[in-house]
Design a protein around this ligand. Structure first.
Ligand code: GUN
Length: 284
């Protein structure tokens, strides 16, 4: 079997065209332009590149974006003051603080300072709680992107075995919760999991977000499984790869996402979605 290679870039482009229409509608009918504030603390090249992509995507979608760049020495209370001001700014519907933050800043204080109604990343504890109880305010962007890919490909989730490899707060845990909410049977594997293959071989749908190149080899993938690779790793030679041995696993899976060109474009697309949704809630 050779898997269908899911074109995340094409799915993202289709969704972005739909979202652009929603932006036009908000402007025309309500005089509201969705606004996203992106805060970057420090000068990590990777974070800078992610932030640049987000700003560019906003521009293309007709969304206002304000980039706030702060030095890596910024005290936590100054960062919190900036967030409070954005919470009160009616032109801003989404606030995103790019992670990771410098070690002297407590991530939890920052994420909880963001107004729940503007938490387009979905990282606030309240929004995390909403995910657990099925009362989602904003779905975190990468897990939401995974869900949209499955929807787009008409891949059913209900009653199926989903194995998520990686237990991060940003990807693994929320992905597991969202798919469980859709009545999948979900297992989360992580760094301390013994015999990873024992679990991954059960997966009808395998979602991998571990940050380890070539972690998933064909021997530990069930024939016909759907494989969603959220990994994004830069090799010493500069190549970008996911966590899945793509060439090997594509011969065994029924569907597979490539890296790059799979989930990556969807994360930013869902950020656009959440910002527009927030502006729609504000306008109506
Ligand atoms: N750093 C890596 N991924 C993300 C993300 O989705 N949102 C934010 N704010 N920071 C990140």
């Amino acid at each position: 079997m050779s898997a269908k290679i899911i074109d995340g870039t094409a799915i993202a482009a289709k969704l972005r065209a739909e979202y652009h229409l929603r932006v036009d509608d908000l402007k025309a009918r309500h005089g509201v332009t969705p606004g996203l504030a992106v805060i970057l603390v420090g000068d990590s090249p990777a974070s800078r590149s992610y932030v640049r992509n987000k700003i560019k995507a906003c521009q293309q979608a007709g969304i206002r974006s304000d980039l706030i760049e702060l030095s890596s020495q910024t005290p936590e209370d100054q960062l919190l003051e900036r967030i409070y001001a954005l919470n009160d700014d009616p032109g801003i519907h989404g606030i995103l603080v790019q992670l990771p933050l410098p070690p002297h800043i407590r991530v939890s204080s920052v994420l909880e300072a963001i107004s729940v109604e503007k938490d387009v990343d979905g990282f606030h504890l309240y929004n995390m709680g909403g995910l657990v109880t099925g009362n989602t305010v904003f779905s975190p962007c990468t897990p939401y992107g995974v869900q949209k890919i499955l929807e787009h490909e008409n891949i059913p989730v209900e009653g199926r075995n989903v194995v998520v490899v990686g237990a991060s707060n940003i990807v693994g845990k929320p992905t597991a919760l969202m798919l469980m909410q859709q009545d999948a049977t979900v297992v989360i594997c992580h760094k301390k999991t013994r015999d990873l293959g024992h679990f991954t071989l059960l997966a009808d749908i395998l979602v991998v977000a571990a940050g380890v190149p070539n972690l998933i080899v064909p021997q530990i993938v069930r024939t016909g499984a759907v494989v969603i690779d959220v990994g994004f790793n830069r090799l010493p030679d500069g190549r970008i790869v996911g966590d899945v041995d793509f060439e090997g696993v594509k011969e065994k899976a029924s569907y597979i996402t490539p890296v790059p060109g799979g989930v990556g474009q969807m994360t930013v697309t869902m950020l656009l979605h959440n910002t527009i949704l927030s502006a729609e809630r504000y306008a109506t």
